[in-house]
Design a protein around this ligand. Structure first.
Ligand code: ADP
Ligand code: ADP
Length: 229
């Protein structure tokens, strides 16, 4: 039994008279502790998939089993709980609160969490032990993304969803962020799903899922995922 089973998911958006098929009977599976990369052209349905996995969007039809529980059946309140307790999100543009320090950003995010990890510990893990009291404007792009990763990890999530986490970073800084995500996946046994255009990440993943026109066009397994260091 896979940890995630995405089964024949359809997602339609009604735009006036026009119906947009963002996902058209899309299916794939992800195992626990896997590092999965999602690739594909713009408009292929990658972000829609991530938003559905994270409980930020609902399917039009189909099933999404997470740990054998169909999240499409959850009521709004249960879905909010799922989003808060089980999922960590990483975005392209870090989304940090500018007038709070790194540590305060992490503290703010875990206020509503059931079982959070200490902010100092996660900031240490992402390599920002000495930068906890800096404001975002005092940190580089890569460091700000590390704060965002610490913020997500502090929730003690089961699943980490990353939408273009290196999209705003230069190539080498991006590689270091990917390395951090891979380390996190391996050491913490968290399942990590990353949407990326960065070709450096594909060899690091356990599984590469390609999307095209709202469908999975290819799934490749990597028997020997590389690491950068
Ligand atoms: P990708 O992440 O692969 O670029 P998306 O999942 O963002 O693709 O989008 C898939 C399709 O769904 C696109 O045609 C996009 O325009 C459409 N779409 C996504 N979100 C919305 C929305 N909120 N309203 C209408 N159409 C949307
Ligand atoms: P909730 O009602 O549980 O706060 P949200 O949809 O607001 O649900 O957020 C769910 C999780 O995703 C939270 O941890 C929140 O910090 C994060 N999140 C959602 N959207 C964004 C965003 N645009 N920028 C930063 N974090 C976000």
């Amino acid at each position: 039994m896979s940890y995630i089973e995405f089964k024949k998911v359809k997602k339609e958006y009604q735009m006036g008279e026009v119906v947009i098929q963002a996902l058209n009977e899309t299916s794939f599976e992800i195992n626990k502790g896997e590092l999965v990369v999602i690739v594909g052209p713009s408009g292929a349905g990658k972000t829609t998939t991530l938003n559905i996995l994270g409980g930020m969007d609902r399917v039009s039809s189909g099933e999404v089993l997470i740990d054998n529980k169909d999240i499409t059946k959850l009521k709004e309140k249960e879905l909010i709980k799922y989003r808060r307790e089980d999922i960590g999100f990483i975005f392209q543009f870090y989304n940090l609160v500018q007038n709070l320090t790194a540590k305060e950003n992490v503290e703010l995010a875990i206020q509503i969490c059931k079982d959070p990890l200490p902010p100092e510990d996660v900031l240490h893990k992402v390599g920002l032990k000495d930068r906890m009291d800096n404001f975002p404007s005092q940190l580089s792009g890569g460091e700000q993304q590390r704060v965002a990763i610490a913020r997500a990890l502090a929730k003690n999530p089961k699943l980490l969803l990353c939408d273009e986490p290196t999209g705003a970073l230069d190539y080498n800084t991006g590689k270091q962020i990917l390395q951090l995500l891979q380390d996190t996946c391996r050491k913490e046994n968290i399942t990590v799903v990353v949407i990326t255009h960065n070709s450096a990440i594909a060899p690091m993943a356990d599984k590469i899922i390609s999307f095209k026109n709202g469908k999975v066009s290819d799934i490749r397994l990597n028997e020997h995922p590389q690491s950068i260091e």
